[in-house]
Design a protein. Structure first.
Length: 253
C-alpha cells in the first residue's frame, strides 16, 4: 500500500478538525487486517497530540516546546505536511491510518494494571470498529505508544492474557474489596466509555468499570454498585473465558 493510499488529511468537506479519508482506505485496511495484524508504529504522546490522535484519552498535555519538537520530528519523517491552507495539515502514512480509525470509533476500552514487569505495557487502549476489528494502543513506562490494528477477537485475546489471571473464586458478599485490592499481586481497572466526536474532539458519555485483582493466586472480579457508585461489589468470574466474554459484552460491537 503506498503512502498516498495510506494518508489522511483535513479538507473542506469534513467538519473542523476532522480527517478526510481517501476513498477506499478503510476497506483496504480492513482487508489487510483480515490477513493479520497491521502494525502502525510507535509514537510519543507529543507526536500524537500534534495530530490530535487519542489525546482525549490521555492525562498529560505536552509542553509547547515538546509539541514543537514533535512537529519537527513528524515533518522530518514526512508524516506531517502542510495542507492547502494555513489551518490544515496532512497526516500521512501509518500515523494517518491511526488517526482515521480513531475518529471512526465510538467506544474506547481503557485498561490500566499494576504489578507489570519490565517490557510490559502498563496501559492498553482498545477502540473497536464496526467491522469487528480494533485499534489497539499499548503504552509503556517510557510513554511510548505502540499502535496496531487487529481483529477484535485477537485484540480481546491479547488484552485478556495481559490482565490479571487466576483461579475463579466464589462470590463472598462480606468480602472487603479494599483489602483485596490492597493485598493483590496484580490488579487492573478496565473502563469502557461511549463517546461522540465533533471533529477531533471527543465528548465522553456513559462509562462502565470492571476491576480485576489476583490475590493468593485467585482472581476476583469487582464492579461498581449501581445504587452506590463509590462502592465495589464482587461479581462472578464466569470460568475460563469469563473475563474475555465480559469484555466483549462491555464493548457490544
Amino acid at each position: 500500500m503506498s503512502d498516498d493510499q495510506r494518508s489522511t488529511s483535513s479538507a473542506s468537506s469534513p467538519g473542523p478538525g476532522e480527517a478526510s479519508v481517501p476513498e477506499g482506505l478503510v476497506s483496504a485496511v480492513v482487508h489487510l487486517v483480515d490477513t493479520g495484524p497491521v502494525l502502525l508504529g510507535a509514537y510519543t504522546i507529543a507526536e500524537l497530540t500534534a495530530v490530535d490522535a487519542i489525546v482525549d484519552f490521555l492525562e498529560a498535555r505536552p509542553s509547547d516546546d515538546e509539541l514543537a519538537e514533535a512537529v519537527r520530528s513528524l515533518a522530518a519523517r514526512q508524516l506531517l505536511l502542510a495542507g492547502s491552507s494555513s489551518d490544515e495539515v496532512e497526516v500521512r502514512g501509518d500515523l494517518g491510518i491511526a488517526v482515521a480509525f480513531q475518529q471512526r470509533a465510538r467506544k474506547v476500552l481503557d485498561a490500566r494494571t499494576t504489578g507489570t514487569e519490565p517490557g510490559e505495557p502498563w496501559r492498553i487502549l482498545l477502540l473497536p470498529q464496526p467491522e469487528r476489528i480494533c485499534l489497539m494502543v499499548r503504552i509503556d513506562a517510557l510513554g511510548v505508544h505502540q499502535i496496531g490494528l487487529y481483529k477484535l477477537d485477537e485484540g480481546l485475546r491479547a488484552l485478556t492474557d495481559w490482565l490479571p489471571r487466576g483461579s475463579s473464586t466464589d462470590i463472598d458478599p462480606s468480602m472487603d474489596a479494599d483489602a483485596v485490592l490492597t493485598g493483590s499481586e496484580r490488579s487492573a481497572l478496565v473502563t469502557v466509555t461511549e463517546y461522540t466526536a465533533q471533529g477531533s474532539a471527543e465528548t465522553a458519555g456513559t462509562s462502565t468499570d470492571l476491576i480485576l485483582a489476583r490475590n493468593d493466586g485467585r482472581l476476583h472480579l469487582l464492579s461498581r454498585d449501581p445504587e452506590d457508585r463509590d462502592r465495589l461489589v464482587p461479581i462472578p468470574a464466569g470460568g475460563r473465558d469469563g473475563v474475555r466474554d465480559r469484555l466483549e459484552d462491555l464493548l457490544a460491537v
